[in-house]
Design a binder for this molecule. Structure first.
Ligand SMILES: Nc1ncnc2c1ncn2[C@@H]1O[C@H](COP(=O)(O)OP(=O)(O)OP(=O)(O)O)[C@@H](O)[C@H]1O
Length: 233
């Protein structure tokens, strides 16, 4: 029987071809606040994001979002149900201007002030509206990708390494925006920067070879003596 929680993942298995990557994952994602997904390279974090957004089918288990049985929905329907996804790579259209990237993000948004709200969150984008996205710095590109996802009015934002390739001076700016966002909507953040992830998140899951190794309040995970064992290369 499917219960009506927010994002409720139960006994999820998924993988590529015949190779299983996720094993029996169960996660509860609350309505508001950040949830960090941590783990070393190859632990299965991106695969989990893809399974939530529907880029990868679940082999087994339930993914229920806001009452929707995601196993029955395609990616586009999941996005319409309220999922925003910022993938690790290729998250903006390099040849299009910042303005056109934002316009594409707002295709389904009838609120004319939505782009202004994104520009208020990331003012740097406002100075670059006519520039091709491919000419932006790494940090500005991530801001554009997050801004575009926000234009779909997501109830849950999935962020896969939002500070990868971002100059250290800009990481703090992005982090502060994510902390603010997580007060209004649910955010799942996959991050290599442990401190950043655990500042945005109030809850954390640590994956190890596709299984949940640790879970709990971010403050407890941060001080868990086992944590480094699961993050070390
Ligand atoms: N398209 C694919 N086809 C086959 N195997 C894949 C594919 N993408 C990822 N994998 C494998 O799935 C496993 C988990 O990869 P995944 O990208 O989910 O890990 P991750 O925790 O996000 O790591 P990273 O931090 O390196 O992105 C790895 O063994 C990887 O080699």
């Amino acid at each position: 029987m499917l219960e009506q929680r927010f994002l409720d993942i139960r006994h999820l298995d998924a993988g590529y071809g015949r190779s299983q990557v996720l094993f029996d994952l169960s996660l509860d994602i609350p309505w508001r606040g950040g949830t960090a997904v941590l783990g070393r390279n190859g632990a299965g974090k991106t695969t989990l994001m893809k399974a939530i957004v529907g880029e990868l089918p679940s082999w087994r288990g339930e993914v229920v979002f806001d009452g929707h049985d995601f196993n029955r929905l395609q990616t586009e329907q999941r996005v319409r149900a309220g999922i925003g996804y910022v993938p690790q790579e290729h998250s903006v259209f390099s040849r299009l201007s910042v303005r056109d990237n934002l316009a594409m993000g707002s295709l389904f948004n009838t609120d004319a002030s939505a782009i202004d709200r994104v520009l208020a969150i990331f003012p740097k984008l406002g100075h670059r509206l006519d520039q091709a996205a491919g000419t932006l710095s790494g940090g500005e590109r991530k801001m554009l990708a997050i801004g575009r996802a926000l234009l779909g009015n997501p109830k849950l934002l999935l962020l896969d390494e939002p500070t990868e390739g971002v100059w250290i001076g800009v990481i703090e700016e992005i982090t502060e925006r994510l902390i603010e966002l997580a007060k209004e909507i649910a955010v799942i953040i996959v991050e290599q920067h442990l401190d950043l992830a655990l500042r945005v998140a109030s809850k954390a899951y640590v994956l190890d070879r596709g299984r949940i190794a640790l879970q709990g309040a971010a403050a407890d995970i941060r001080t868990n003596p086992e944590l480094l064992r699961y993050l070390a290369p």
